[in-house]
Design a protein around this ligand. Structure first.
Ligand code: ADP
Length: 289
């Protein structure tokens, strides 16, 4: 019901007292390697919540690629369209502060080799929702958005990170999902006024507001959706859990505001423990709020 077209990265995580400024070195905790990347995170999160999910992407023929394949397979994500590339698997260097906030550098590796030709329209044919992010080449995201719309699927675009040329993409997506920072990059001031982003082309807009929750806008108006209060341990991948939950509910027929009310609870659940995928709730778990 959900096909994710996107990135898979190994997350190399270190916890620090303070994130380093330019020219500065800080000592951190022991270092951990976790499966991550927005595409893989969203696929795993949606599968854990009970969705039938596939990931179309690329990993390298290396240990990190194997780690990612295993993490996807164990939760039942269809990886037939996860291709292998003679390039290193994507890697994200993540520093997590004591407040749970993170700073991230991504080396895209194999993700940068996912081309428009890799997007097999037949693979998208059964999807109700196609979930896209921007950690793969923008031409590939565009090709996937076109193929999704030809297949009659709804496209959810998590425009993260915000690419230089996103105008054509915004015109092709049904639901745009961005955080406050990304909303501000697209249109200054839009973080608290998501309806302004409708002018860029999407049919609905969701701006995530961290601990505050999310704000939703569609043709009928704006709604603020508060997140439940939880103790934030590690916010890595919270936005991906949010987007996955949103996609799943949209695939099952919910409107955007109802889907967002569920997604803030899933996002909040994902910040309560360390890691991205490791912190995701499953369909059986009690969600906060
Ligand atoms: P991103 O991780 O992409 O920057 P946000 O920080 O806006 O996105 O978080 C996405 C979602 O995760 C929020 O809408 C909310 O549901 C949940 N979330 C994030 N941080 C917290 C927090 N401190 N407390 C509760 N929920 C949170």
């Amino acid at each position: 019901e959900v096909v994710v077209v996107g990135s898979a990265n190994a997350d190399l995580v270190v916890r620090v007292e303070r994130r380093p400024g330019p020219g500065e070195t800080v000592l951190g905790s022991d270092f951990d390697t976790h499966p991550g990347g927005k595409g893989a995170n969203q696929a795993v999160a949606a599968a854990l919540l009970g969705g039938r999910v596939a990931l179309l992407g690329r990993v390298g023929d290396d240990g990190h690629g194997e780690l990612l394949r295993d993490a996807l397979a164990i939760v039942g994500v269809d990886t037939r369209a996860l291709l292998t590339t003679p390039a290193p698997t994507g890697v994200a260097f993540i520093a997590v502060g004591p407040d749970g906030e993170n700073s991230i550098i991504v080396a895209p590796g194999a993700n940068a080799r996912l081309t428009p030709a890799d997007v097999d329209p037949a693979f998208l044919a059964g999807a109700r929702v196609v979930s896209l992010q921007a950690e793969i080449p923008v031409e590939t995201v565009l090709a996937a958005a076109r193929a999704a719309s030809d297949a009659g699927a709804r496209t959810v675009l998590n425009l993260s990170p915000v690419p230089a040329a996103s105008t054509a993409l915004l015109g092709l997506c049904d639901v745009l999902v961005v955080n406050e920072h990304e909303a501000g990059l697209l249109l200054p001031g839009a973080a608290r006024a998501p309806a302004a982003l409708l002018a860029l082309g999407p049919r609905a807009v969701v701006v995530t507001l961290g601990a505050d929750g999310a704000c939703v806008a569609d043709g009928t108006g704006e709604a603020f959706v508060p997140a439940p209060r939880v103790e934030a341990v590690d916010t890595t991948g919270a936005g991906d859990a949010f987007t996955a939950a949103l996609c799943l509910r949209l695939a099952r027929g919910d409107g955007v505001a109802d889907a967002a009310r569920y997604a803030v609870r899933v996002g909040a659940a994902a910040v309560r423990s360390p890691g991205a995928q490791a912190s995701y709730p499953s369909a059986e778990d009690d969600l906060p709020g």
